[in-house]
Design a protein around this ligand. Structure first.
Ligand SMILES: Nc1nc2c(c(=O)[nH]1)N[C@H]1C(S)=C(S)[C@@H](COP(=O)(O)O)O[C@H]1N2
Ligand SMILES: [Mo]
Length: 445
């Protein structure tokens, strides 16, 4: 199994056309031998563990010393801020064609199909901006605290970075992730169906510490308003319980370095378990108040259209969800035989406790291995063995969390939510495998 956009082993012909016309024709004609020759060398081991090829048989690469074994390598710091190999250049954040009219109010999706483990590399963290991004000068950035507090205060970045800090691994998922799939199959690959989730280690100061310093009135002040410094007037109400739990962070660090500009440099709110829109970027103000503000991004946008035509507001928690990232839509299985099915599971309510995988469209289920660490409100990686017999198959994963909640099927979710929503689609994802080895997005009720 080869991936043309990332490594050999998986092939993704659509929609980016990384393949040459000849290669696409080979996919269509089922000439998998051609593709195998073109892309599969060492990585065939990934697809078929019992490779045990006869030494050198049809493959003299191991016998001929390549230039990198017989010449001097490049000096240290030739690449002072390290970049991925040029052979990995297909692994990129991408915009979904036609989704939004202007790039300043758009989204670039994380290429989940090419990632391992639980941490999203910072350069591939999805981006969602309502009014574009800025590279904000940290010396000019301020955070103001006002409202129901004894002392209003304005902090510089230096002030904030002197305070006691914590580092925590959490996922951030846009409430609109998988939002194009409510009524029917709409996008071809997992990058577009699920790529508005990323998982990182965030470093910062618990907002509770800062509110304590300012003498917040926790009795009356049951809500805070978070405001961003960009032109989108991004303001969101956060219930005080979440802040009192100590989980909400005023964060400046991501994956061991300062936040990237696209992700809110130099300061963003981290609200574990809650949809991405509440993770206000370029955070400039926190106000303590006694009721929700009903701002545009919580009264008009980010509301759930229910089957009875009413809108449901303030549904912020990202419920338990999972997706198989490989094999997934747009990839091609080059051979029958052994495959490692791998995917991600997460819950905004705590830890993932179990993931079951079906290869026959939900008739039979087997329990997948959860890889460590399994952290609360973070992505959990799961893996399970599969021997493909070359016949049609439908791959699905179903996650459960520590509250006992089980991820719903499309049939179950639509019964409650209808088909006209945008936000909070956590249905079981299905990938169909056909005899040619092509994998595509389908829905199973
Ligand atoms: N100030 C500000 N904060 C913002 C946004 C924005 O446009 N402006 N977008 C929100 C939305 S809708 C999401 S999903 C997340 C995306 O975070 P990311 O770009 O780091 O992935 O940021 C949220 N915070
Ligand atoms: Mo979002």
């Amino acid at each position: 199994m080869a991936n043309i956009d990332t490594r050999p082993g998986r092939v993704r012909p659509a929609p980016e056309n990384f393949l040459t016309d000849e290669q696409i024709a080979a996919v269509k004609d089922g000439r998998r031998d051609f593709l195998r020759k073109a892309f599969v060398t060492a990585s065939a081991a990934m697809a078929v563990p019992a490779v045990a090829r006869a030494a050198g048989e049809g493959d003299p690469a191991i016998l001929n010393l390549p230039p990198w074994s017989t010449s001097l390598g490049q000096p240290v710091a030739a690449n002072p801020y390290g970049m991925p190999s040029k052979y990995e250049r297909g692994l990129q954040r991408r915009e979904s064609p036609g989704l939004t009219r202007v790039g300043g109010s758009s989204v670039a999706f994380t290429p989940l199909q090419g990632l391992f483990g639980i941490i999203t590399p910072s350069g591939l963290h999805f981006e969602r901006h309502h009014q574009g991004w800025h590279d904000v000068d940290p010396s000019k950035h301020r955070l103001m605290i006002n409202g129901l507090v004894k002392t209003n205060a304005v902090f510089t970045m230096d002030d904030i970075m002197r305070l006691p800090s914590v580092s925590r691994i959490h996922f951030i998922e846009c409430g609109a992730n998988t939002g194009m799939e409510w009524g029917n199959v709409a996008v071809p690959t997992v990058q577009y169906s699920h790529g508005m989730i990323s998982c990182s280690e965030f470093t910062g100061v618990p907002l509770k510490e800062i509110l304590d310093m300012c003498g917040a009135d926790y009795k009356k002040g049951r809500f805070v308003l978070a405001e961003g410094a960009d032109g989108s007037s991004m303001t969101r109400t956060i219930p005080m319980e979440l802040i009192e739990s100590g989980e909400v962070l005023v964060a400046y660090g991501m994956n061991g370095e300062m936040l990237r500009p696209e992700n809110g440099y130099p300061l963003r709110l981290v609200v574990p378990g809650v949809q991405g829109v509440s993770w206000v970027k370029w955070l400039r103000r926190i106000e303590v108040g006694d009721k929700p503000w009903a701002t545009k991004d919580e009264a008009v946008h980010y509301v759930d259209l229910m089957p009875d035509g009413l809108h449901r507001q303030y549904t912020s928690i990202q419920e338990c969800k999972s997706v198989i990232t490989t094999p997934s839509g747009g990839q091609l299985l080059l051979d029958k035989g052994f495959y490692n099915i791998s995917g991600m599971a997460w819950s905004g309510r705590g830890k993932v406790t179990r993931v079951d995988v079906s290869t026959d469209g939900g008739i039979n289920w087997r329990q997948a291995r959860l890889e460590t660490p399994v952290l609360s409100k973070a992505v959990t990686r799961f893996n399970i063995d599969w021997v493909w017999d070359g016949k049609p198959a439908i791959l699905q994963s179903r996650a459960a969390d520590e509250t006992g909640y089980v991820q719903p099927s499309y049939g179950q979710l639509r019964k409650v939510r209808g088909t006209k929503s945008i936000y909070h689609n956590n249905a079981i994802q299905s990938w169909k495998v056909v005899e040619s080895g092509e994998v595509s997005n389908v829905q199973v009720l």
